[in-house]
Design a protein around this ligand. Structure first.
Ligand code: SR1
Ligand code: MG
Length: 390
């Protein structure tokens, strides 16, 4: 790959070249890479002007190294997604200062005054009243604007074509939507979960339901998605006394089923609830699915009268939202399962003193959500399923 892989010491000159740094003193730079895929640097001013974050896509999966090559043009997908979200929900993403497509690098607002939601929750915090509602609203705003309800048909076809992201979609089709249900070298799990991992691989009903969700993921071009909306892709905090929620890392973005974004978020809230339950500090965790769904539905319905194609009538809206709900429940199940027996596990569970009981409960809930998604028709039913699991 003929591009420049940035190291910590390159960042001051890089920011100057790109016109992002004009102070005479160089910034202090540190690498804060945390996710599975990319590198992130923070450049802090010694004189107090705003700091910047530089995120660069490597030509491989960061945590795996060169043995797992990955096209860095995923950064293009991320830049495109930020562009779309900025049109409808600029207050819910970081400010983007520029994208350098030659080096697959984004320069954006430094959000280190905020905290990653997963980190806060793992440390014992509650969600608070706003976070999940803002997430539900964001999903509705992005989904509506980039669906056939928010965009004329021809413009939508162009968006779908521009947003095709085969390699990143393939990661999801593999690590989320198939590998955990077959033997695969990526899979791993706690040895005391051997029986469940084996059971899941042998469960033909489960396999067919996951195949159904996988096919929907591959074919249902409903709207532009974030594509990886877990609690590690959300930062929260307070600025000027007001709560702030920022969603970041939309590199898995593509035009797909809206329920995938909701389902990913829900799965992560449900896992956070299992962690809190295991530690005896369950507070508002189990409410988050309802809060985000209610906000999603309310915002989608609020936008509905502005739809560009009124052949889609109100009765269709009810049917459409019902399908989004059911898909989301199924995808929540697949996200849970892959986070326990697939490639990328969650610190919510792995850092528990004894991860086994909560992991078992979580896995069983994941299966329930997948196979019973048509029966679980509202948040109360999901909550009852979560309480009954184990
Ligand atoms: C190889 S990537 C594994 C996971 O990391 C990303 O954050 C996505 O969740 C992906 O599925
Ligand atoms: Mg990420």
């Amino acid at each position: 790959m003929g591009y420049r892989i940035l190291e910590t010491e390159d960042i001051p000159a890089y920011l100057r070249e790109r016109g992002h740094w004009t102070e005479s003193a160089d910034p202090e730079v540190r690498e804060v890479s945390d996710g599975n895929m990319n590198r992130v640097f923070l450049a802090a001013s010694v004189t107090g002007s705003p700091s910047l974050a530089v995120k660069q896509a490597l030509p491989w999966v960061r945590v795996a190294g060169p043995s797992w090559p990955m096209n860095p043009d995923r950064a293009d997908a991320e830049a495109r997604a930020y562009d779309q979200v900025a049109r409808v929900a600029p207050d819910k993403i970081p400010a983007i200062h520029g994208y350098d497509p030659e080096n697959y690098a984004l320069v954006m607002e430094d959000m280190s005054d905020l905290e990653v939601l997963r980190t806060l929750l793992n440390d014992g915090a509650s969600y608070g009243p706003d976070t999940s509602a803002r997430i539900g609203e964001l999903v509705a705003q992005l989904a509506f604007a980039t669906s056939d309800f928010g965009m004329p048909s021809a413009e939508r076809k162009a968006l779908i074509a521009a947003s095709v992201s085969p390699e990143l979609c393939k990661i999801t089709e593999d690590v989320v939507l198939s590998e955990p249900y077959v033997e695969h070298e990526h899979n791993h799990w706690h040895e005391e979960l051997d029986d469940l991992a084996r059971e899941f691989r042998a469960d033909t009903r489960l396999r067919t339901e996951v195949a159904d969700l996988r096919h929907t993921f591959m074919t249902s071009a409903q709207a532009l998605l974030h594509g990886d909306l877990h609690t590690g892709s959300v930062m929260v905090g307070e600025r000027q006394g007001a709560p702030v929620v920022r969603v970041f890392d939309p590199e898995f973005s593509f035009v797909g089923p809206i329920g995938y974004d909701l389902g990913l978020y829900w799965a992560n809230t449900l896992v956070s609830a299992e962690r809190a339950r295991a530690l005896g500090r369950l507070t508002d965790h189990a409410d988050q699915l309802r809060l985000s769904w209610d906000a999603f539905e309310a915002e989608f319905r609020r936008l509905w009268p502005t739809r560009v194609d009124t052949f889609f009538d109100d009765a269709f809206l009810d049917r459409f939202l019902r399908r989004v709900w059911t898909d989301a429940i199924g995808y929540a199940g697949t996200e849970i399962v892959r986070r326990v027996i697939g490639f990328a596990h969650l610190t919510d569970l792995t850092t528990l003193p004894d991860p086994v009981p909560a992991s078992r409960r979580t896995l069983l809930l994941g299966r329930e959500l997948i196979v019973r998604r048509e029966e679980l028709t509202d948040p109360a039913a999901v909550r009852a399923a979560a309480d009954a699991t184990g």
